[in-house]
Design a protein. Structure first.
Length: 90
C-alpha cells in the first residue's frame, strides 16, 4: 500500500526540517518542508527525500517524487497509508 504526500519545499533554509500541515486554497492538505540545499542539480530534492524517509522510518529508495520535481509544490509517493503517514509526520 502506498499513498501520495503533498509538500511545499523551502530551499536554502537556515532551519531545515519539517514544518506544519497547512491547506491550499482548494482545501487540500500539504506539509511544509525546509531544506538547506539550493534548488540546483537536484540537491534540494535529494534532501527532501532523505528528510521525509527519515521522518517516516522508511528507506530512501521507497520515497519518490511523482510530480513537481522542479517546483516548490511536490507530490511524493510513500510506502505507507495516508493515516500512518500523517501520524508519523505530526
Amino acid at each position: 500500500m502506498s499513498s501520495i504526500l503533498a509538500i511545499r519545499v523551502t530551499p536554502r533554509s537556515a532551519k531545515p526540517g519539517l514544518g506544519e500541515w497547512k491547506t491550499d486554497p482548494g482545501r487540500r492538505p500539504f506539509l511544509e518542508v525546509r531544506v538547506a540545499a539550493a534548488p540546483a542539480d537536484g540537491s534540494a530534492n535529494e534532501e527532501v527525500i532523505k528528510l521525509i524517509a527519515n521522518a517516516l522510518g522508511v528507506p530512501k529508495s521507497e520515497v519518490r517524487i511523482v510530480s513537481g520535481a522542479t517546483a516548490r509544490l511536490k507530490r511524493l509517493e510513500v510506502p505507507l497509508s495516508d493515516e500512518d503517514c500523517r501520524a508519523r509526520l505530526t
